[in-house]
Design a protein around this ligand. Structure first.
Ligand SMILES: *[C@@H]1O[C@H](CO)[C@@H](O)[C@H](O)[C@H]1NC(C)=O
Ligand SMILES: *[C@@H]1O[C@H](CO)[C@@H](O)[C@H](O)[C@H]1NC(C)=O
Ligand SMILES: *[C@@H]1O[C@H](CO)[C@@H](O)[C@H](O)[C@H]1NC(C)=O
Ligand SMILES: *[C@@H]1O[C@H](CO)[C@@H](O)[C@H](O)[C@H]1NC(C)=O
Length: 392
């Protein structure tokens, strides 16, 4: 684990600047996080089912829930390979940039299909490779779709750009002019470890290697020449029906009073995000010509869980689609199973199927990334941290 950075000699000047910035931040116009429409020529993305736009559905030639109704019902009016009722965060970002929805890498064949970007995110994808889990004695019996593999796919695609005479853009220009999105990744790693009878404390030991794997992937991208990388943090794991059901307890002290989420798992997510932000700060320092942007999924979603009505939502902790149970989630009946039931108003729900978000929740997250209210630039210390280092 990387230790917290040491206090630098003097921060008085910075602190002054910081207070000015804090004041300036009150004026939203200055808070713009991303350049506007037309600034990027393509989007390349990585991650798991929260970012997948169809890769997993392509891999599983037979069955995949994302190929069945009611997945996709709200926006696409048919299953689209996404684990949601509609658009995911990546879709909203692409639309705001004036780019096409990012096509799944598995659906295309080469540079011509991916001139405006490609999505390498796969449902079930882990940050760490299968080898890590095999060493721990797990039999995953599935293909390795980890970040290492996803990065390899990107490099293979990039090579076809350089060699293709029909495509005018060089790989240097692509890296320079594209937006890179590192979607949330890590929850499947933790889920693997929590699936046995392992404790949350045991799963915590895997947070440093998971975060290191994410940081290595971003390091590789920036080394190659990527100029803008958005990195998603972990969502509040203690608020999703899957974990609320799995770790259900009579002990009311285990729940946050204001949200009803599980404290231990939300602390787990915050621990992941804390380590991730340390790593991002180091990466930003090492790559001053690239811009790394942390997308605060945790804050965005906690804002909804704390005051759902403010976002027009009624049922923050209950799945819109799935089986029975206090959170309308069941391990035996998943969304799209013949026995599953689904709500008629997904706009009132944060969670779609017990594990993934509704289009409505994704829109809140994406809006906050685009207008700057849910992003952080890891190069800058927060005023709080500066005070802490000076006087703490
Ligand atoms: C892993 O599981 C698969 C099926 O679930 C089985 O065929 C395979 O033999 C197992 N491998 C090991 C090393 O146990
Ligand atoms: C890289 O992007 C910058 C602006 O983002 C532009 O000024 C520069 O010409 C680009 N270089 C290449 C090789 O595309
Ligand atoms: C987990 O624990 C339960 C009860 O504590 C036990 O019935 C079950 O066999 C255990 N499962 C594994 C995989 O060890
Ligand atoms: C939970 O599921 C039951 C049975 O399908 C349904 O009647 C109820 O309205 C659902 N609750 C919510 C909040 O969606």
């Amino acid at each position: 684990m990387t230790p917290p950075p040491m206090a630098a000699p003097s921060f008085r000047g910075n602190l002054f600047l910081c207070l000015i910035l804090l004041f300036a931040h009150l004026f939203p116009l200055l808070g713009l996080a991303l350049p506007p429409i037309g600034s990027y020529s393509a989007i390349f993305s990585f991650g798991d089912s929260l970012t997948d736009t169809g890769n997993s559905a392509y891999f599983s030639r037979g069955d995949d829930v994302a190929k069945r109704i009611p997945y996709g019902e709200t926006y696409f009016h048919r299953p689209s390979g996404r684990y949601s009722d509609g658009r995911i965060v990546l879709d909203f970002i692409a639309q705001a940039m004036g780019l096409p929805l990012v096509p799944p890498y598995e659906a295309g064949h080469g540079s011509d299909d991916f001139a405006r970007g490609a999505n390498f995110a796969v449902g079930g994808g882990c940050a760490l490779s299968n080898t890590f889990y095999e060493k721990k004695g797990f039999n995953l019996s599935r293909e390795d779709h980890s970040l290492v593999t996803q990065l390899k796919w990107f490099q293979q695609l990039l090579a076809t750009f350089s060699s293709s005479s029909s495509v005018l853009t060089s790989s240097t220009e692509i890296l320079n002019n594209s937006l890179f999105v590192m979607g949330e990744i890590g929850v499947n790693d933790y889920h693997n470890l929590l699936q046995g009878n392992e404790s949350i404390d045991y799963a915590r030991t895997s947070v440093p290697p998971v975060v290191n794997a994410i940081a290595s992937a971003i390091d590789e991208l920036t080394e190659m020449g990527a100029k803008t990388v958005i990195v998603a943090g972990m969502f509040p794991m203690g608020c999703i029906p899957l974990f609320l059901t799995k770790f259900q307890t009579q002990n009311t002290a285990a729940y946050e009073p204001e949200t009803g989420c599980l404290k231990s798992l939300n602390e787990f997510s915050q621990y992941h995000n804390l380590l991730l932000k340390y790593e991002l700060r180091a990466l930003q320092k090492a790559h001053p010509h690239s811009r790394i942007i942390y997308a605060d999924y945790y804050k965005a979603l906690m804002d909804i869980y704390r005051s759902p009505e403010h976002f027009g939502m009624k049922w923050p902790l209950v799945a819109c689609c799935g089986g029975e149970g206090p959170y309308n989630f069941s391990f035996s009946v998943g969304c799209s199973d013949p026995a599953s039931k689904w709500c008629s108003d997904p706009l009132s729900y944060v969670c779609w199927d017990g594990m993934h978000y509704t289009e409505a929740a994704c829109q809140v997250i994406a809006r906050g990334i685009l207008d700057g209210s849910y992003v952080e630039f890891p190069s800058k210390q927060t005023c709080f941290e500066m005070f802490d280092e000076m006087y703490g």
